[in-house]
Each structure stands twice: as C-alpha cells, then as structure tokens.
Write a new protein. Structure first.
Length: 195
C-alpha cells in the first residue's frame, strides 16, 4: 500500500500559486497571462486557483506585498514609530540579506516591474504600504539634522533598490558585500560599522 501523500496546507499552496504566477507573468507577460495558464502549470483547476486569490490582479498585488515585506519590514522592527541608528543599521543589513536570500524571486519581480503598464496597476497600493515605513525614515533623518529628510529617504531607498537591481541582473562578480559596507558607512554616523 502506497503511503498517503500529505496535501500542502493552504499556506504552502498559496506560496506555490504565487511563485508559479510570478514565473508565468514574466514568461507570458502580465497582460497575456491567464488564470487558466497559471492553474494548468500548478495542475489545479482554475476554480481552485481563484478560491485562493480572487483575481489575477489579486495575485499581482500579493506578489508586490511580498516584495515590500521582504525589503522594508526591517524598518522600525519593534514598531514603536521611532527609528534608532541601530535599527537603521538593521534595516540596511536586512534589505541586503533579503535580496541575496530571495534572488530568484527578485529577478522575476524586477522583470515583472519592467513590463509596460504593470507598475501603474499597483503603484497606489505600493505607496500606501510603504508610506508609513518611509514616514519613520523621514522622521529619523529629520531628527538627525538632514536638510531635506524626505529627499534623504528617497535617496537611501533608491540607492538600495539600484544596488539590488544591479545585483539581481548580474550576481556573479557583483561586489554586493562592498556595496553593503559602503551604504552602512554612509548612514551609520556614531562609528563606522564593520562586520
């Protein structure tokens, strides 16, 4: 008698669906991909697929939320609304660690973002998700004496994203550790950070 195969729980199935959807969005193009093509790749019915996610747009929004959480949950980890220098250091390290550990995900995610017309589909939601995190960074830079705290936040996050994109595009030989150290040295003022 063959052993019973354990069916994946809801969390496992959701992860499988999201991972497959992301791959198909990149391979077929977001606007060409269908629920049927995603369901077929996972070997489930389209009805079952949409019992986990209401629409294709819901899949996209969930993928974006996952990326945001991987990248920005390190801001204000104790959620007290205040960022200390040690927490900024934690955020920067966590950002780099997340990109390195989830390289395949981010390679696909950036490829999806570069497709014409995709970013406007989630831009408002993305702004809402990150605005509270960025408010904490803005306040930190204001307290640190930055002339333009919002610009400092935009600069830091743009620099991190640019480094991440370059690493994702060509991870072999990219000086990711040196880049991480450079960013840490730019933002940790009390003493240079060394691993």
């Amino acid at each position: 008698m063959a052993p019973n195969k354990k069916l994946p729980d809801d969390a496992d199935k959701r992860r499988e669906i999201l991972s497959t959807a992301l791959e198909i969005f990149v391979k077929e193009g977001y606007f060409s991909a269908t629920g049927a093509s995603i369901a077929k790749a996972i070997v489930i019915s389209e009805k079952e697929l949409f019992s986990y996610f209401e629409t294709k747009e819901d899949l996209l929004h969930t993928i974006v939320e996952e990326a945001v959480h991987l990248l920005y949950d390190g801001i204000d980890p104790n959620e007290d609304g205040e960022l200390q220098e040690v927490e900024l250091l934690f955020f920067i390290n966590d950002y780099f660690d997340s990109v390195e550990k989830s390289l395949k995900f981010f390679k696909l995610f950036y490829a999806l973002r570069l497709q014409p017309g995709v970013v406007p589909l989630y831009k408002q939601e993305l702004d809402e998700i990150v605005s509270m995190k960025f408010d904490v960074l803005n306040e930190y830079f204001s307290q640190s004496g930055a002339a333009d705290p919002e610009m400092e936040t935009e600069f830091l996050t743009s620099m991190l994203e640019g480094i991440a994109m370059n690493f994702v595009l060509e991870p072999e030989g990219y000086p990711i550790d040196a880049m991480q150290q450079k960013v840490l040295n730019m933002y940790v003022k009390k003493a240079e950070y060394e691993e």
